[in-house]
Design a protein around this ligand. Structure first.
Ligand SMILES: [Zn+2]
Ligand SMILES: [Zn+2]
Length: 152
């Protein structure tokens, strides 16, 4: 006897969309924007809309399957790696690198909790400067490196 399919069509479609988005995001370490993800997913799901991409990314982030990274910028970037880790932001080329070499300092979180008496669940720490490639060309074009605006 065949079990009656209880899940509505819309559910199956959105599950497939979410899986493709997750595959695209896990397939890169560039911490892309929703727009970049949209372009890639469209190769496989031509009818998908940017709004659907945003909605699914939000759900994936809420489920803890991906991370939404927002460093005071107007748009978010997404990380297919949900494990806490630090990032390095290059102020010249705008690339965001994983800094797995520096383990997440849970002691820092505990210290903030002790200092405030509040329930501190974690922290975000961002390193910035010039990546290896950009540091090499630093000064060659005579331009000043702009300071990172980090207003919240
Ligand atoms: Zn760079
Ligand atoms: Zn990352």
């Amino acid at each position: 006897m065949v079990e009656q399919e209880k899940k509505p069509r819309g559910f199956i479609r959105s599950t497939r969309q979410r899986r493709v988005i997750l595959e695209v995001l896990r397939g890169t370490n560039s911490h892309p924007t929703a727009d970049w993800i949209y372009q890639k997913v469209r190769d496989r799901l031509p009818n998908i809309s940017l709004g659907t991409i945003y909605r699914n990314l939000k759900t994936l982030a809420e489920n803890g399957e991906v991370q939404e990274l927002n460093f005071g910028s107007t748009f978010s970037r997404f990380d297919g790696n949900p494990e806490p880790h630090y990032h390095f932001y290059c102020q010249r080329c705008g690339r965001l690198f994983d800094l797995f070499e520096i383990p997440v300092d849970h002691d820092l979180t505990a210290r903030a909790g002790n200092a405030t008496g509040w329930k501190v669940l974690g922290h975000r720490l961002e390193f910035y400067g010039l990546c290896g490639e950009c540091a090499k060309t630093e000064g060659q074009d005579g331009t000043e490196t702009g300071s990172l605006q980090n207003d919240k």
